[in-house]
Design a protein around this ligand. Sequence first.
Ligand code: ATP
Length: 239
Amino acid sequence: MLQVQNLEVVYDDVMLVLRGVSVAVPPGGIVALLGANGAGKTTLLRAITGLLDVHDGEVTKGSVTLDGEPVHHLRPAALVRRGICQVMEGRRIFAELTVEENLRIGGHTSPRTIKARMEDVLTLFPVLAERRRRTAGYLSGGEQQMLAMGRALMAEPRYLLLDEPSLGLAPRLVEQVRGLIVEINKRGTGVLLVEQNATMALSIAAHGYVLETGKVVLDKPADQLLADEDIREFYLGLT
Ligand code: ATP
């Protein structure tokens, strides 16, 4: 179980951005983390993956634990070895490298051969197989999103953290990314899905959290969040 407990995060020593947030991702589950711009979703992911200090942020209270062991002080590479991988917002692929080279970079930590894992990832993402020797910077936005997900999967994570994977994608591609998340999850990977697209996220998540100005204001099974008219309107912006 990946657990965030009572987490408090401060930027620049003064700005309190997370105020006692608790979130749990069970092994093999999909959990949605929703909330408006600036609610603190990306900050929560940074806290899990040890990337806060790059942004002058700091955990001032609470903990992030993996199977009971604290992990929020680990460097990102050490976390990947423990099975936690993040796909950041904006994809962050290596634009000058080919698709295949990008995938190889993601694959140095798992015991299975890179070749075997590359075959799995290319089977899951046929579009990457077709373009495996193409320079990544020339891929479309949707293809780059898939490459970023494929690269994270090369490490065979137990938990995958996705920051707005549907951002900027056409509806057809959002549908495709949604299907891929389901498929990845079926293979046993737990997913923490940060999304503005509440409908998409809650359609595949078992559980959802809604963050508002650094606090969890809702913590419920996904079907209950979707079924409640008030929640749909006031928190999810759905009608
Ligand atoms: P978005 O969807 O826009 O990414 P978010 O829910 O992910 O929003 P965060 O990016 O975590 O929200 O931001 C939460 C708050 O922290 C915002 O008020 C933001 O301005 C502030 N913040 C984020 N990064 C920093 C930083 N490096 N230094 C200072 N403040 C920051």
